[in-house]
Structures are given as structure tokens and as C-alpha cells.
Write a protein of this length. Structure first.
Length: 200
């Protein structure tokens, strides 16, 4: 959409509108979609695979927009200089444009992962179980997930005085996980920017 499609292309405009609309869809709708398609239609059942595919669709608009913005932020002078040196369009994209856009692309991907780490609705329908005595043995097994575990501790059970502290502890772990993911995104972005400045 940024390197090959012509500017003002109608198909690209339609795709961008679709991506923007997907970014505004509530996560519970994605969960119902995953339930209908992956769990029921493809018969994956409530499993890690169904949950992962559903979360992949949830994160897709974020990654597409972040990648597109990162690629458009690369100055056209880089492309022109590479093409003037005799490189093909693909070589220019691979060796010049993508390395320059990589900090933004990685940041978008990792921040998207941080977002879906706290999603409850999609995995509620597709992957999560409240309690399991064993670790999953394959991608077709149910899995315990922190967001759903918090939800279940707060809304179900017969010992609220014991469950609420567990829910708070689980929430702290989930918050720490999201903060670590965001910190990784910041570190990678700084590292790639420093590497780009040194190479220039």
C-alpha cells in the first residue's frame, strides 16, 4: 500500500477505510467472530490456536497502520538515492526502506502485543479455561489466561474474601507484563534509531 500501489488508488483507499473500521471494532465482536469461525466452523475447539488466531486478527489493524506510517515516514530521498545507484525497487525496499522503517514497525508490533495481552473478551470465547491442573500439551488444548482468570476470580466462586486478593495479585502480574512489553518496544526503538544514525 505504500511502496507499490499508486497514490490515490481506489482499492488502497477502500483497504485503508476497512483497516480503520476494524481498529474501531470492540474486542468482544472479534471474540464472537473467533468463536464462529475458528472454534465452530474450522472445528479447532476452545484452544490456544483459536485464541491466537483471534488475537492475531485483533492486532492486525494496529500493525498495518503502524507499519504503513513507519514506511511513509522514510524520506523519499532515500528511495531516489538507492534507485539512482542502480538498485531495483525491491532491493531499495529491502536494503534501504525497511531498515529505516524498522523502529516504527517493531514499536507498532510490540505495542499491539501489549494491547492484546490484556484482552479478555476474545480469549473468553476462544481459548481460556478458568482452571487447569496441567500445562497445555498442544495448540488444541485450553489454556489459563491472566485476563480471564481475573474476571473469573472476581465474578465467580464461593470464597470472595480469599479470591479478591488473588485477583489483585493476578492484575499486578498482568500490569507488570504489559509494562515490560512496552519497555521492550521503547528499548528496541532507541536501539534501531541509534544504529540508523551511526550507519548514516
Amino acid at each position: 500500500m505504500t511502496e507499490y500501489a499508486k497514490k490515490g488508488n481506489r482499492v488502497v483507499r477502500i483497504i485503508r477505510v476497512g483497516v480503520n473500521n476494524l481498529a474501531g471494532v470492540p474486542s468482544v465482536v472479534f471474540g464472537l467472530f473467533g468463536l464462529a469461525i475458528f472454534v465452530k466452523l474450522f472445528n479447532f475447539g476452545v484452544s490456544i490456536l483459536s485464541g491466537a488466531l483471534t488475537l492475531g486478527i485483533v492486532i492486525l489493524p494496529t500493525i498495518i497502520r503502524a507499519s504503513e506510517e513507519a514506511l511513509m515516514a522514510v524520506p523519499d530521498e532515500y528511495r531516489k538515492a538507492s534507485l539512482a545507484m542502480g538498485a531495483t525497487n525491491w532491493q531499495t525496499i529491502k536494503n534501504v526502506v525497511l531498515p529505516a522503517a524498522m523502529p516504527g514497525i517493531l514499536t507498532g508490533c510490540i505495542l499491539g502485543i501489549g494491547r492484546v495481552a490484556g484482552e479478555t473478551a476474545p480469549i473468553l470465547f476462544t481459548a481460556a479455561t478458568f482452571f487447569s491442573m496441567r500445562l497445555p500439551g498442544s495448540v488444541f488444548d485450553e489454556v489459563m489466561a491472566l485476563p480471564y482468570h481475573i474476571y473469573a476470580l472476581v465474578t465467580a466462586g464461593t470464597f470472595p474474601s480469599k479470591q479478591i486478593p488473588l485477583a489483585y495479585g493476578t492484575a499486578v502480574v498482568l500490569l507488570a507484563l504489559v509494562l515490560v512489553i512496552n519497555l521492550v518496544a521503547i528499548i528496541l526503538r532507541i536501539r534501531y534509531r541509534t544504529k540508523m544514525k551511526k550507519s548514516c
